[in-house]
Design a protein around this ligand. Structure first.
Ligand code: ZN
Length: 248
């Protein structure tokens, strides 16, 4: 029997609340709906938390979360609970990218619209979207990421970038923490919405390399992530979306 140290259990307990809160807020902010999931790498580096296939994203609780290995196999969880159909997407990205500790996958239609038109790829139009200045690739295969092979294909498309879109399907956002994946997921959708709005008004003028460099010069990512996390947790608790006694 594997013995899990108490300190690891404490860290897991906090991480469970963070994954649940992140999911609840992505639903509340209308980035995620009936499908999608957030994962978080556990301190051992080779297992991760993810929600079961059939628990509503709008009611997720910390104890619902499963512990899976990098093959997507469920190691711990409510008896009979199954991993999501797309667990391999999370597992293969976490396997391929040691710098990634949290992955969000959701299916936001307006954002995904940019994978459905010719000559109008998603561009960087909001300052915080410089997170993706290296690129926002589009994975051509719209299939559910239901096998390790398909998961590896998505991880290959992601490469060293921090987000991608799956054509006619949805988004994948990666970050160093659950707090950061919430912040980045919201900014990813905001950027697409801003681009859509700008295109309605007139000819698009996305940020230039100079614009991005200027913003990056004074941007403090850690402070920004902390600020947004506090904002979303407090507004979620005030709205009754996140239980008030979650210490996160
Ligand atoms: Zn999906």
């Amino acid at each position: 029997m594997n013995v899990v140290p108490n300190s690891s259990l404490d860290a897991e307990h906090v991480l469970r609340m963070k994954v649940a809160a992140c999911t609840l807020m992505l639903v509340h902010e209308k980035c995620m709906n009936y499908s999608g999931h957030v994962s978080a790498r556990l301190p051992d580096g080779v297992t991760f938390l993810i929600q079961p296939i059939d628990v509503p994203r709008s009611g997720l609780r910390p104890d619902d979360l499963l512990v899976c290995d990098l093959d997507g196999k469920v190691l711990r969880g409510t008896p009979g609970a199954k991993a999501p159909a797309e667990v391999a997407l999370h597992a293969e990205i976490l396997r391929a990218r040691a710098d990634v500790n949290s992955v969000a996958h959701f299916h936001h239609d307006l954002t995904n619209s940019f994978t459905l038109v010719e000559d109008m790829p998603l561009r960087i139009v909001k300052n915080h979207a410089i997170r993706w200045r290296s690129g926002m690739p589009v994975h051509a295969d719209p299939a559910h990421v239901a096998t390790p092979e398909l998961g590896r294909a998505v991880a290959n498309t992601l490469g060293a970038h921090h987000a991608l879109q799956i054509r006619a399907h949805g988004q994948v956002v990666t970050a160093e923490s659950v707090e950061a994946v919430l912040t980045d997921s919201i900014h990813f959708v905001e950027n697409a919405q801003a681009m859509h709005n700008a295109c309605v008004i007139g000819r698009l003028a996305p940020l230039s390399e100079d614009d991005m460099e200027s913003f990056a010069k004074y941007f403090k990512r850690g402070r920004h992530v902390d600020k947004l996390w506090r904002y979303y947790i407090e507004s979620g608790q005030a709205a009754g979306v996140i239980p008030a006694d979650w210490q996160i």
